[in-house]
Design a protein around this ligand. Structure first.
Ligand SMILES: C[S@@+](CC[C@H](N)C(=O)[O-])C[C@H]1O[C@@H](n2cnc3c(N)ncnc32)[C@H](O)[C@@H]1O
Length: 312
């Protein structure tokens, strides 16, 4: 089925990268990307619900109906409907066309169909919503709502995107070797991953466990200590935000820690998504991983993170 992602546009590259990663996990095909916020792709019908439950930086996923108002003839609507997107005059025009063509009624509150006008440059695409994305859940899970929180905790929406960029599937093992209060592990756990974390500070590790329990995540293992003292034969993906010595505790001189940590991580996993405070670590990362993507993101006023998507 051809679908249209309505991207959130809250970041220049992350929403598209996330949609693309989710499709790749479930073997999506053909794609077209428009930088004004839509992403068109071919995807197996059975996995659309799964993708809907994963993505954080799209507003909705829609069945691709066709281009322009004339596509109304492909809509084949039964039951009530509401039109969303586009401009007021476009919504009005489309609503009138649908009523005329199918003799169905508008229901603004609780329609059986949501028809969406999506802008593709100067043209429009008509879509029928398959599933809205529940974005409010990420606000509801912000760190100030956790039993234990730290100022370094990541926004759940960013954490979710990073987990998606790692291409991890439900039931696989995800490790965060600098897990802090568990922002990444919470998102991965809620997606059905088996989560593992390492944290050097005992009280923070305890807090992380409390947070995971609070969200009903039971398949976890939080280890205490310096991540460099651990060994794993294999984990499916590593997703982590490196300590950067401002609010988060830096256990060692930064470059040394980063170098040793990256080397370790390359032994444990062939896929990783890592947040670092600078691009200057790129040559170091490239020694051990194939750098697939880099997404700079402003986390708050004075802090930019660089999210590296790594493979081998
Ligand atoms: C940026 S914070 C992680 C934030 C976390 N991703 C979240 O969203 O809640 C980094 C964490 O790494 C821990 N840490 C620092 N050095 C470490 C080391 N060598 N091994 C394990 N944990 C370490 C710090 O105590 C801190 O809690």
């Amino acid at each position: 089925m051809r679908v249209v992602f309505e991207l959130s546009r809250e970041h220049p590259t992350l929403p598209t990268a996330e949609a693309r990663a989710c499709l790749a996990i479930y073997h999506g095909g053909y794609e077209e990307i428009y930088h004004n916020g839509i992403y068109v792709a071919e995807v197996n019908e059975e996995v659309i619900e799964k993708i809907c439950s994963r993505v954080a930086m799209s507003f909705s996923i829609n069945e691709y109906v066709g281009e322009g108002m004339k596509a109304v003839k492909h809509l084949r609507i039964k039951g009530t409907f509401r039109v969303e997107g586009g401009r007021l005059h476009q919504r009005k025009k489309l609503g009138d066309l649908i009523v005329k063509e199918y003799g169905v009624r508008v229901n603004m509150k609780n329609p059986e169909n949501v028809v969406r006008i999506l802008q593709k440059g100067r043209e429009i695409i008509l879509g029928r919503e398959i599933c809205p994305i529940d974005r409010s859940q990420f606000e509801e899970r912000r760190a100030n709502k956790w039993p234990f929180s730290l100022p370094t905790a990541m926004h759940p929406r960013i954490a979710r995107v990073l987990v998606n960029l790692s291409s991890i599937k439900e039931g696989q093992i995800l490790l965060d070797p600098f897990c802090g209060a568990g922002g990444i592990l919470i998102e991965a756990g809620l997606m059905g991953c088996n989560v593992r974390g390492i944290e050097i500070k005992e009280n923070v590790a305890d807090g992380c466990e409390r947070n995971l329990k609070y969200y009903g995540i039971s398949d976890y293992d939080i280890m205490r200590g310096d991540m460099r003292d651990f060994d794993f034969s294999h984990v499916d993906a590593i997703v982590t935000d490196f300590p950067y010595g401002r609010a988060s505790h830096l256990s060692d001189e930064m470059e040394k820690l980063y170098r040793e940590a990256i080397k370790k991580m390359a032994d444990w996993a062939s896929k990783a998504v890592i947040g670092m405070p600078s691009l200057k670590f790129l040559p170091m990362v490239e020694k051990y991983f194939d750098v697939k993507q880099i997404h700079p993101a402003r986390v708050h006023k004075s802090l930019t993170r660089f999210f590296y998507v790594l493979g081998s």
